[in-house]
Design a protein around this ligand. Structure first.
Ligand code: COA
Length: 448
């Protein structure tokens, strides 16, 4: 069977940075530790005045294509995953293709283009679409370009303002991939939920606390569904577990539940029993509530054990490093977690070829998906070619007043002409927003 998976990957971060502990927390009258310790975030990325989901996605895709010597004729489909689209009809992928055609010879006239929507999980769904298209033999030897791009902005004053971010991840899906092969097995947990939505509005209506609970509930169902096809999972099965990361604190909660689930009825549970007891079994309790409380107390003891801490430090924490510095990239977030974990392995001389990732995606509304990925021989070369640290370091730090201005620039309800905000950075070698066309379309140009 032909291996299909991610052959190449690139990111583009919004070019502005807000320091959450130093800048945001004081302006909000909050403790910096809410961000650094509670949410696990140091900073958020924001788009400059000339950046949006198209420029960020096109910039990531251009670098990916250049690095791999690709031309438009090598690509048979372009799928964009986003929850920040600005058009209910014309897909963002057409804008991105238009940008790329400005700088590459040839065109994408024979590529199938689309846009995927299901909150943050649509990036992974687009990977799936590409995988299925190639497995079905409809790709004619061509690759698929998947771009997950978002400006994760919340209304001013909303609790979600703490977890904002902006950036794009571009991925090339192909046969015999250099980075990871995707498993055929998948698990889903999906239900009609009202935790986060944008009913014809730019900024989300969010029930933040509920969204955390829904994330955990759907993720549990996805894991059980995955196990029903792939067999029970164990902590040693995966070198890294990249989760959807709206903020690292969310993953801290999810990882504890995942580990608890994986060690149930295993030698690890027995080995830990002297120290923290065995896991409370449902049958031993009179009510759901009593069982839940006992489980929660067990989990608190579990996460304090050396065994858990070592596992978390090796398998989960490395996936959170980039997220801590950029915030939530919605559709791109789980793909940033994959990059972050692999980058950590590369920097620490850990050879991952042949090992597996357990990838756990989530989108509000709500759906979780779990699948495995096998790391390929070319992984280290691909990850070494990324310039994540350089991009993060090149961002311009902005003050809280500047943050307020840039939030207004990207707020569709604020009259842009009246705003007249100067750009904070000078674009170079990238696509920029270039004003509006006669039918209200957005225009773009490449700046040398
Ligand atoms: N020191 C250490 N930790 C602190 C702290 C301090 N001084 N102050 C607060 N914290 C902790 C809180 O205990 C909490 O952690 P916990 O959940 O483990 O208890 C965390 O920091 C966040 O604080 P909280 O008061 O809950 O923040 P909030 O009311 O601003 O809401 C979200 C947080 C995530 C609900 C909110 O940002 C949100 O709605 N985000 C968007 C939706 C989202 O991302 N959902 C996730 C699923 S996709």
């Amino acid at each position: 069977m032909t291996a299909v998976g991610i052959d190449a990957i690139e990111i583009h971060t919004g070019k502005l940075r807000v320091d959450l502990a130093e800048t945001f927390a004081p302006a909000k009258g909050e403790s910096p530790e809410k961000y650094t310790k509670g949410l696990g975030l140091n900073a958020s990325s924001f788009p400059d005045t000339y950046e949006d989901i198209v420029t960020m996605g096109a910039n990531a895709a251009r670098r990916l294509m250049e690095r791999h010597g690709l031309s438009p004729s090598d690509i048979g489909r372009i799928d964009v995953a986003t929850e920040s689209a600005f058009d209910n009809s014309k897909p963002v992928s057409t804008y991105i293709a238009g940008c790329l055609e400005q700088v590459f010879d040839g065109d994408f006239h024979h590529a199938n283009k689309g846009e995927r929507k299901f909150a943050c999980i649509s990036g992974t769904q687009s990977l799936d679409d590409a995988y299925n298209w190639i497995k079905a033999g409809r790709n004619r030897g061509r690759s698929a370009l998947v771009v997950a791009t978002d400006t994760a902005l919340y209304a001013r004053g909303d609790a979600g303002e703490a977890t904002q971010g902006a950036g794009a991840v571009a991925m090339l899906i192909d046969e015999d991939p250099d980075l990871v092969e995707l498993s055929t097995e998948q698990g889903y947990g999906s239900a009609d939920e009202t935790d986060f939505l944008k009913p014809n509005q730019q900024f989300p209506s969010v029930d933040g606390k509920r969204s955390v609970q829904v994330y955990l509930a759907r993720m549990r169902e996805a894991v059980e569904d995955y196990e029903s096809v792939a067999g029970d999972i164990h902590p040693e099965d995966f070198a890294l577990l990249p989760f959807h990361t709206p903020f690292p604190g969310m993953v801290r909660k999810a990882a504890a539940l995942a580990y608890r689930h994986m060690i149930r009825d295993t030698a690890i549970e027995e080995e830990l029993a002297d120290e923290i007891g065995r896991q409370p079994r449902f049958e031993a309790f009179d009510s759901d509530e009593a069982h839940r409380e006992a489980m929660s107390e067990y989990t608190d003891r579990l996460v304090d054990t050396d065994r858990y801490r070592e596992w978390y430090a090796e398998v989960v924490d490395p996936t959170l490093t980039v997220s801590r510095e950029v915030g939530n990239w919605y559709t791109g977030s789980v793909h940033v977690a994959r990059i972050s974990g692999l980058k950590h392995a590369l920097e620490n001389d850990i050879d991952l070829a042949g090992r597996r990732l357990g990838v756990a995606s989530y989108g509000s509304g709500a759906q979780a998906e779990v699948h495995a990925e096998t790391i390929q021989d070319g992984w280290a070369e691909e990850i070494a070619a990324l310039q994540v640290d350089e991009q993060l370091a090149a961002r311009r730090d902005i003050s809280f007043e500047e943050y307020e201005r840039i939030h207004d620039v990207h707020n569709h309800d604020v009259d842009r002409q009246a705003e007249d905000v100067e750009e904070f950075t000078t674009p170079s070698g990238e696509f920029v927003f270039d004003g509006w066309g006669r039918m209200g379309e957005r225009k773009y140009r490449f700046v040398e």
